[in-house]
Design a protein around this ligand. Structure first.
Ligand code: SAM
Length: 198
């Protein structure tokens, strides 16, 4: 049966590793154009929420999840088991390490880079098909602006936006708004030739 994106946050097994929230995850899946046979790389996979959604949305494809810390790797593996996901390979490495031997990719999603953004994008550029998608998220203004700097002069067409989600929270008979951390999303498509601003 087709997977409809939008697993609720509380369905994931979580620790103290930051996780991409449902509403943001949906935007990322949409920007990554995850299809049933997509081959996807998730860099900085954290608890695995993006990797799991992508793997369920690409049952004939494959997801590679790179995470540098053991506590994340354990959560990713637990979530794979919980969601019965087998079309996924977990790689413990600090990217761009771990990207050397990957196959051609339809999408690369970057949710963590630890000072390696330029080197990770170098590898993503090499691995992505023409028409493949690069989706980068950032919560700090510094990383948000580093993404734009790193895309300059590269063969990607891109657009971006900031998402600020305010969730309903019940307060007695009323509803208040609970804000999530605003996040920058830059969504790029690999093209032949030089960069253009979309
Ligand atoms: C904001 S969290 C990502 C959350 C994830 N998308 C999820 O839904 O659980 C960022 C993660 O990236 C990892 N990370 C940061 N830089 C990395 C790198 N260069 N290689 C691999 N993992 C990295 C961090 O350890 C952290 O778990």
């Amino acid at each position: 049966m087709r997977h409809f994106f939008g697993i609720r946050d509380e369905e994931f097994i979580r620790g103290d590793v930051p996780m991409t929230k449902q509403e943001i995850r949906m935007a990322v899946m949409n920007e990554a154009r995850v299809d049933e046979d997509s081959v996807i790389l998730d860099v900085g996979a954290g608890t695995g929420s993006i990797s799991i959604e992508a793997a369920l949305g690409a049952p004939k494809g494959h997801v590679y999840a790179i995470e540098r810390f053991d506590k994340g790797i354990e959560l990713i593996q637990q979530n794979m088991e919980k969601f019965n996901v087998s079309n996924m390979t977990v790689i413990k490495a600090k990217a761009p390490e771990g990207m050397e031997d990957l196959p051609e990719l339809d999408a690369v999603i970057i949710g963590g880079s630890a000072g390696q953004l330029g080197n990770i994008i170098d590898e993503a550029q090499r691995l992505l098909k023409i028409g493949g998608r690069l989706v980068v998220t950032a919560v700090t203004m510094e990383t948000g602006s580093a993404i734009l700097k790193e895309l300059k002069g590269r063969p990607f067409e891109y657009h971006g936006y900031q998402m600020a989600i305010n969730r309903y929270r019940k307060a007695g008979p009323y509803h208040l708004l609970d804000p999530l951390s605003p996040i920058f999303i830059v969504s790029a498509t690999k093209v032949q030739g030089e960069e253009t601003i979309g």
